[in-house]
Design a protein around this ligand. Structure first.
Ligand code: PBG
Length: 336
């Protein structure tokens, strides 16, 4: 007996809508847009200087002048936001992390220079002490222990210096308790009520940050791991509680980090809270795709685009990705 002679079999033929590019486009449920991309960039000292990052092929550190140029190019390509990460010289790393709130530190100089030359691109800055900490940690240590509330006081000073330099989005990535509320109330007190906060709310203690720590020069300094403040990879409920708390404390947007291994969290956060939700496709995720593509094991462009579309499907409003310039180019060229 053939399928044809069995009326109504199969009951459903979803392949009908997959038959041609036109039909597939008609029923496509979502689109990846250049508007969804936030580009993280690494900034270093010097003039007209670039430095390669061995574990992130294709990503470079740029001096402030070249970062301004890169921001202008990103804007011309349609990218709306960049996120600054400074490479801090070892001599500026101390136990009290004072360089973090120096109005003239590398990140704040870059913010001012970009604001002056490319005023319309949104600038996000990283609020965490690790680039400035002789111990490589995101908080201040006393007798080998991270002291939460002293760290929050330092983070508030750091955040205020970034806001005063002109940052549009503060990104506290430190995972100390209470820092969103403390930063929010300091901003209000200073009359900076329009500065937005994207909380790294569900940030997991992850092996996928390895290449980033090379990129910002923190891997040599870091002793031990970050498990006393970053989340246990098995804990979804705890991640959701941190998101709820950060929203209540005044975060405008929340982030899940890393991205691809934590898409379940992205979907749950968006479903449950309905707030602007972002994922950070972190350095190790970038490095994996690059390395496999570089070896000819996967098609790098297709894998990159598929990975970014997965964030949309999971419900994210946007994604921080080192692929932003390449993805923007492909999206504008009509990638499907
Ligand atoms: C620092 C910070 C990290 C990243 C962003 N901000 C590293 C860490 O927490 O150790 C990781 C980004 C990436 O891996 O691309 N607080």
């Amino acid at each position: 007996m053939t399928a044809k002679s069995a009326p109504g079999f199969p009951a459903s033929r979803p392949r009908r809508l997959r038959r041609t590019p036109a039909l597939r486009a008609l029923v496509r449920e979502d689109r990846l847009s250049v508007d969804d991309l936030i580009w993280p960039v690494f900034v270093c000292d010097g003039d007209n200087a670039t430095q390669e990052i061995a574990s992130m092929p294709g990503v470079i550190r740029r001096s402030v002048d070249l970062t301004v140029e890169a921001a202008a190019e990103a804007q011309a390509a349609g990218i709306r936001a960049i996120c600054l990460f400074p490479y801090t010289d070892g001599t500026l790393k101390t136990d009290d992390c004072a360089e973090a709130w120096n109005p003239e530190n590398l990140s704040n100089r870059a913010t001012r220079a970009i604001k002056a030359a490319v005023p319309d691109i949104a600038i996000m800055t990283d609020v965490a002490l690790d680039p400035y900490n002789a111990q490589g940690h995101d908080g201040i240590l006393r007798d080998g222990v991270i002291v939460n509330d002293d760290s929050v006081a330092a983070l508030v000073k750091m955040a205020m210096a970034q806001a005063e330099a002109g940052a549009d989005i503060l990104g506290p990535s430190d995972m100390m308790d209470g820092r969103i509320g403390a930063i929010r109330s300091a901003l209000e007190d200073a009359g900076l009520c329009d500065v937005t906060i994207m909380s790294y709310a569900a940030k997991y203690a992850s092996a996928f940050y390895g290449p980033f720590r090379d990129a910002v020069g923190a891997s040599g300094a870091l002793k031990g791991d970050k498990k006393t403040y970053q989340l246990d990879p098995l804990n979804a409920d705890e991640g959701l509680r941190c998101v709820a708390r950060d929203i209540a404390e005044g975060a405008d947007m929340v982030m899940v980090k890393p991205g691809m291994p934590y898409l379940d969290l992205c979907a749950k956060v968006k479903d449950r809270f309905g707030v602007p939700t972002f994922a950070y496709q972190v350095s190790g995720e970038y490095a994996m795709i690059r390395a496999a593509a570089g070896n000819g094991w996967i098609d790098g462009e297709k894998a990159m685009m598929e990975s970014l579309m997965a964030f949309r499907r999971a419900g994210c409003d946007g994604v921080l990705t080192y692929f932003a310039p390449e993805a923007a180019r492909l999206i504008r060229a009509g990638w499907e």
